[in-house]
Design a protein around this ligand. Structure first.
Ligand SMILES: [Zn+2]
Length: 235
């Protein structure tokens, strides 16, 4: 009996391996993206769904997918999934999320999608009454941050910073209290350079090079820290 049982297992083994391959060797994220794209009749959009689920996480992905699947009246479930996932992913990520503690990847291309992300980041920042917001604060791994439009205008500086380089320009430092949307309720005295040298690209791909001072210098340093995975509690 034991022998025949073993034979059965060894016969089934290739099938099991085959099944694993079908489900996607890269795991549950790939499997879910495949299921969504096929269920919504959009097999070519597999990569798009994969990207979305990587951003919002498996749990949220499943939740939105099952909600939409249950509602038979929806005309374009794929579009609704994209809308819902974008909207829900705008929640501000709080400490100790891992994405807040890593150095973010640089942006290779300015795409229409990136511009949409920027607009949504600005909206999320306003809603949370912040004056700056970095991409990882909405769960995205990219060297990008936005600052308050009024602050940018006051200093005639851009409000969008892609792949920025920000370095101290003066040895003079100043200590001021700072808060962070990812660490609600915490205010800490942080020492920062009074002036910084800024090199950055905006959402139109235009290069900017300038010296920032005052409040702008402080906000830029705070947001630039986020892109390196540094929080005010690490200073
Ligand atoms: Zn912050």
């Amino acid at each position: 009996m034991r022998v025949s049982g073993l034979t059965k297992i060894s016969k089934d083994l290739p099938k099991i391996k085959e099944k694993k391959r079908e489900r996607g060797i890269h795991g549950p994220i790939h499997a879910l993206a495949k299921e969504i794209s096929e269920t919504f009749g959009e097999p070519k959009k597999f990569a798009m769904y994969l990207g979305i689920i990587k951003n919002i996480g498996l749990k949220k992905g499943y939740k939105i997918f099952s909600e939409i699947k249950q509602n038979k009246k929806i005309r374009s479930p794929g579009k609704l999934f994209v809308y819902q996932s974008t909207y829900r992913s705008m929640e501000i990520v709080k400490k100790p999320a891992a994405i807040l503690a890593k150095k973010l990847k640089s942006v290779d291309l300015i795409t229409p999608n990136l511009k949409r992300i920027i607009l949504k980041m600005k909206k999320a920042m306003k809603e949370a009454s912040g004056i700056g917001l970095a991409a990882n604060q909405i769960g995205l791994d990219m060297q990008l941050f936005v600052i308050d439009e009024n602050l940018a205008q006051e200093y005639k500086a851009p409000s969008v910073y892609i792949n920025p380089e920000i370095k101290p320009y003066s040895k003079n430092q100043e200590e001021l209290e700072e808060g962070c949307l990812s660490i609600p309720g915490t205010w800490l005295k942080i020492k920062r350079s009074k002036k910084v040298k800024v090199k950055s690209v905006d959402e139109e791909g235009k290069k900017h090079k300038f010296i920032a001072k005052g409040m702008l210098a402080r906000v830029l340093q705070h947001e630039f820290d986020h892109l390196q995975g540094i929080l005010i509690t690490d200073k």
